[in-house]
Design a protein around this ligand. Sequence first.
Ligand SMILES: [Zn+2]
Length: 233
Amino acid sequence: MTTVRQLYSLQEVDLDLDRLDKQKAEAEQELDQPPALEPMEMALLEEEVRLEEYVDLRKARQLEVETLRQRSSHLDEQLFGGNVANPRDLNSLEQEADSVRGQLEKQDNDLLELNLQVEESEGKCSAMRQNISEAETNWQVRKSELQSHMKEIASERNTVSAQRNELASGVEATVLQRYETLRLSKGGLAVAKVERGLCQGCRMSLPTQQQQRLRSGRQIVQCSTCSRLLLLS
Ligand SMILES: [Zn+2]
């Protein structure tokens, strides 16, 4: 005759299998969700385009500054070279030299500003590249952890599954059927221990008569509240 204790042992093994299946499902789910790198890569691409624009602009500005500098020193040579004696010509040369110097100063300031923008953008790009590469590395590490975890689960499951088969083979078919149906409808717990007159499955106290039947140990007793098979602990 099958005893409730046998069923309780079977249930412990079944709960172990449930736990392993849950762990496997969780690992599979996590493996199916690699980190979303696309938004990070898109942001990097945008910043790289911006950086290229700054660099191009800076190149153009450097050429302009160089041209202005040559023009300025050419004007200075004319001014101080002593070849221009006419005061009106000297005056207009001076005015032009002043104006070129003013433009040069402004362009120099713009160039400084552009240098800062290039630096800032380069910093952003390199930080973003680093973030992407870290996220990729972390994912590879996590992926291989999960894969080896899944191998461990599979191997443990084989062992536990063999135990389960052995235990189940010692249980009468009709009782096994009843146990399995109950387990399905009772959240995995078909067998409940009884402690101090309380069913540990539903926490309700058992009628005296039921407790007596249970103590006699001659038959399988079900909880009158939750229908679980009772085991006197
Ligand atoms: Zn109960």
